[in-house]
Design a binder for this molecule. Structure first.
Ligand SMILES: Cc1ncc(COP(=O)(O)O)c(C=O)c1O
Length: 505
């Protein structure tokens, strides 16, 4: 079957007709139609290749060999889990109310990547489902209701999670914050309340959580959980200071609550030095609940919640059975096993560390060159580049960030901009990303920022001013400005007009 059933225009029309208009699409004024992908590349309907710097769902690589394809199955006949998967699709897929070895094999294998205390798994189907279940577990275990979340956090699209996702609910001017939800400052040492020049930002941010707990208590609120991504992604690639999670966990546990680490974006070796991003805080930190999603199935919809025996037993003691039709089915578990195999056998975590460090070092050099780059922060292949118009005032360079991603798209590189001001360039590519890929994208960014530098330089602006002044003089003297009044010259090319408009948005 051809990869393309409709002309691109028809696909757009059909999407407009049948798909909810609020469903987000990248580059909405000129969306990309992707028909296939391989490794770190995606291909559009014309065969144009794009370097994918943003896809943390195709975690290892797109159309990961050893996970899905029959042909690779033969090639990697040493890989028992891949064989297992293929035969599994032909053999059986059913729910977890029957005994099946894949479920227990996968749970055992996944648990081995975690601290011993995190011993019990619940398999679900999406990051949202995992976080929703985590809230239920926390509330059942603690008997409390209130949740503390971070500024700019996103934890999923279901109602319970929109309530704890300021990234979303702040967009709704007429919606009140849920009374059981408390928002703590994002532990952002670049732009946040307590910055890198603070003597102990970890304690300062954690003390704020303690204050929130005390204030809630005075009003009769009791904390069930503090939830945070181990590194904030939509919130602007924020890396919390080491020691912050330990202190928050202590305050929250003293108040009878639990700590939920959302690893939906950042887990499975992406940070390079560790398999789980919460481990960046140190050996002495273990969350009570960890939620996983996106990369877990390399594109296959599956997710997981892992917690302690105590929390799981409290959930059981409610008397209500837990059942999930698709969670933990034999095919998903076989896929999960194969993903872990590929990460391990191809040393993708090691690659994330090496290539991530290289990418960060290249970007650091760009920071020396371009004033627009305010901050580079990252761990492994999770890197943010914050663009600012003024390094002291930290004025967000939002339009410039948008311009960078559009210019990169024109050069067939996919990058995104996020954070509360949409001014943070976000790198989270498939983990097979290479040093050559890093060089290519940084080289392109360098060219784009150099053009900005010229356009925004005082000499250029002065020249433009003098030129306009001269033109005006001529016009005034002659009553018209001759050739300069011609339509093309005055309005600029459509291309230029479009670009300058983008810079202003
Ligand atoms: C940190 C985080 N948690 C949870 C979710 C929700 O996952 P899903 O879209 O699979 O429901 C997302 C999705 O972007 C996320 O980024």
């Amino acid at each position: 079957m051809s990869a393309e059933r409709f002309e691109k225009k028809e696909t757009i029309d059909l999407r407009k007709k049948y798909i909810g208009p609020s469903c987000k699409i990248f580059f909405s004024h000129d969306p990309i139609k992707i028909v296939r992908a391989k490794g770190q590349y995606m291909y559009d309907e014309k065969g144009q290749r794009y370097l994918d710097c943003i896809n943390n769902v195709a975690h290892g690589k797109h159309t990961c060999t050893g996970i899905y394809t029959q042909s690779t199955l033969k090639e990697s006949s040493q890989n028992s889990n891949s064989i297992f998967l293929f035969s599994q699709m032909e053999l059986l897929n059913t729910n977890s109310r029957f005994l099946h070895d894949n479920l227990v094999l996968y749970a055992q294998r996944l648990q081995a990547t975690l601290p011993d205390k995190l011993a019990v798994c619940y398999f679900v189907n999406s990051g949202s489902e995992a976080n929703d279940l985590a809230l239920r577990l926390a509330r059942q275990y603690t008997g409390h209701r209130d949740i503390i979340t971070l500024e700019n956090a996103y934890h999923g699209h279901v109602s319970s999670l929109i309530d704890i996702s300021p990234y979303k609910f702040h967009q709704l001017s007429d919606t009140e914050q849920n009374q059981f939800v408390h928002v703590a400052s994002s532990p952002d040492v670049y732009r946040g309340k307590h910055r890198a020049d603070h003597s102990d930002p970890a304690t300062a941010y954690a003390d704020e959580v303690k204050d929130i707990i005390n204030k809630a208590y005075k009003k009769g609120g009791k904390i069930a959980a503090f939830i945070a991504e181990s590194l904030q992604s939509c919130g602007g690639q924020v890396i919390p200071p080491v020691g912050y999670f330990q202190q928050v966990a202590q305050h929250v546990r003293e108040a009878g609550g639990v700590f939920i680490a959302d690893e939906v974006q950042v887990g499975f070796g992406r940070v390079g030095s560790h398999f789980w991003a919460f481990q960046l805080q140190g050996e002495d930190f273990v969350p009570d609940i960890v939620t996983m999603g996106k990369p877990i199935g390399n594109g296959h919809p599956m997710s997981c919640v892992v917690t302690t025996k105590e929390v799981a037993e409290a959930f059981m003691s409610s008397g209500m059975e837990y059942f999930n039709t698709f969670g933990g089915n034999p095919v998903s578990c076989a896929i999960g096993l194969a993903v872990l195999d590929v990460i391990e056998k191809e040393d993708l975590q090691g690659n994330a560390l090496r290539v991530g460090q290289y990418l960060t070092s290249l970007l650091e050099k760009q920071k020396e060159k371009h004033l627009l780059i305010g901050d580079i922060r990252g761990r492994g292949l999770f890197v943010g580049v914050e663009l600012v118009r003024d390094r002291l005032k930290l004025t967000p360079a939002t339009a410039e960030a948008q311009e960078v991603i559009y210019r990169l798209k024109e050069q067939h590189i996919l990058l995104s901009a996020d954070g509360p001001h949409r001014n943070v360039l976000k790198f989270k590519p498939p983990m097979c990303f290479t040093t050559e890929d890093a060089e290519l994208v940084v080289e392109k960014i360098d060219v784009i920022l150099t053009v900005f530098m010229i356009l925004l330089s005082p000499v250029f602006i002065l020249t433009l001013f003098l030129y306009n002044f001269y033109v005006k003089l001529l016009t005034d003297e002659n009553g018209h400005s001759g050739v300069l009044h011609s339509k093309g010259s005055r309005q600029g090319s459509p291309q230029q007009t479009k670009q300058s408009k983008r810079l202003r948005t």
